[in-house]
Design a protein around this ligand. Structure first.
Ligand SMILES: NC(=O)c1ccc[n+]([C@@H]2O[C@H](COP(=O)([O-])OP(=O)(O)OC[C@H]3O[C@@H](n4cnc5c(N)ncnc54)[C@H](O)[C@@H]3O)[C@@H](O)[C@H]2O)c1
Length: 358
């Protein structure tokens, strides 16, 4: 088992290990306390793991209540968010109680934002159950819901009190969902760690191989994110690096009406910005070859059918726009990326460069 401490406006521990879900109640009682625990989860995860969580919480003295919503990105909206807040009020949750998000990034983002808003902030714990949530969304305190106009347009920076990552829960993920998380792991290698990047080549991470190698890789990704978030919790600078592939990725998610999953969209976004970086003279061909080969190795997409014009227009509804400019992240080599402000008038041209094969 590994413990990683995050030092932001709130200091909290992330524990990573196999089979630790059944000990979650005792860990939460010791570190967070509280009387009522409100489990927020989706209908898939509820069937698989909710009872085990409820049992360990009850065993440790919690009064357990639960809210289950239909799985998928289409639930990450203001209706579900309001419904969760009403559920908290109905259950008379107070600020001494706790919210436990059990699920993937959709659950963590929704439950975290509801926890941030209810009574101006009630403590919450993340228990990630997807690879993507384990390496990315459960860490760092970004919470949000989508509006029709764009992804994550309403949200808050609100850190959890603890993250409990039981890697054995990942064994029930679909192959597609597992690979979705691999895209974010590859992203960490491209942003910050060549050794991590190289280690992904062999053995290839696999859902049927939940072992110490996977645990080490998850822990390394969490450390990278921890360091970046500790330096720039509110995304004024360095934290933007974590958005590699996300500006175009979010546009693809939006245009596909969320049929393309987040990690797959980020994979396409990474391929597009890396090609553009080569064309713009910021990155060499070897780096592009490495990125494309790695995405292919994990059966992740490297192209989109959406054209530059429609992608650029969808990018502009993304919150990363800053007046007349948009900050994009470009790799210069594996483990190094730069932030570059692109005038919105040039965005379509940049994306076009990324869509063309070099
Ligand atoms: N807050 C952040 O910093 C951050 C970072 C990256 C992504 N995100 C957000 O995360 C979301 C994507 O997260 P996600 O891919 O985890 O999506 P998700 O939560 O929708 O989970 C994907 C699917 O896997 C199912 N599932 C979850 N755990 C399972 C398990 N152990 N076994 C079987 N099935 C399981 C879910 O029911 C769902 O159908 C997006 O909304 C994205 O914007 C947030």
């Amino acid at each position: 088992m590994k413990k990683i401490t995050v030092k932001t406006s709130k200091t909290y521990d992330i524990i990573i290990g196999a089979g630790i879900l059944d000990e979650a109640g005792s860990f939460i009682k010791q570190t967070v306390g509280g009387q009522t625990a409100a489990i927020i989860t989706d209908d898939n995860v509820s069937v698989l793991y909710e009872k085990r969580l409820a049992d360990t919480l009850a065993k440790n003295g919690y009064h357990v209540v639960r809210y289950v919503f239909p799985h998928g990105e289409s639930s990450k909206n203001t209706e579900t968010f309001l419904s969760i807040l009403n559920f908290f009020a109905q259950e008379k949750l107070s600020r001494s109680d706790i919210v436990v998000a059990l699920g993937g990034g959709v659950t963590g983002d929704l439950a975290g934002f509801a926890a941030a808003c209810y009574m101006r902030g009630i403590r919450f714990i993340q228990i990630p159950t997807t690879l993507l949530a384990a390496v990315d969304s459960s860490v760092g305190g970004k919470t949000a819901v989508n509006l029709n106009a764009g992804k994550n347009l309403v949200g808050a920076f609100y850190q959890p009190c603890a993250v409990i990552c039981d890697i054995s829960l990942l064994s029930t993920l679909s192959e597609e969902s597992f690979r979705d998380g691999c895209a974010e792991i590859i992203k960490y290698g491209v942003i910050a760690d060549r050794v991590l990047f190289e280690s992904l080549k062999t053995p290839i991470l696999s859902r049927s191989d939940i072992n110490s190698n996977l645990e080490n890789i998850i822990a390394r990704c969490v450390e990278i994110k921890r360091d970046i978030v500790a330096e720039d919790e509110f995304e004024n600078g360095a934290r933007k690096l974590l958005n590699l592939g996300h500006t175009v990725g979010h546009a693809i998610e939006l245009l596909s009406e969320y049929r393309v999953f987040h990690g797959y969209a980020v994979a396409m976004g990474m391929a597009i910005v890396t090609r553009a970086a080569v064309r713009m003279g910021m990155c060499n061909n070897d780096c592009l070859t490495d990125v494309i080969q790695m995405l292919r190795l994990y059966n992740l997409p490297i192209n989109t059918d959406f054209g530059a014009e429609i992608l650029a227009s969808a990018c502009l509804s993304d919150k990363k726009r800053d007046g007349g400019e948009i900050t994009m992240i470009f790799p210069t080599e594996i483990s190094k990326c730069i932030l570059k402000k692109i005038p919105v008038t040039e965005l379509e041209t940049v994306i076009k460069l990324g869509l063309e094969e070099v």
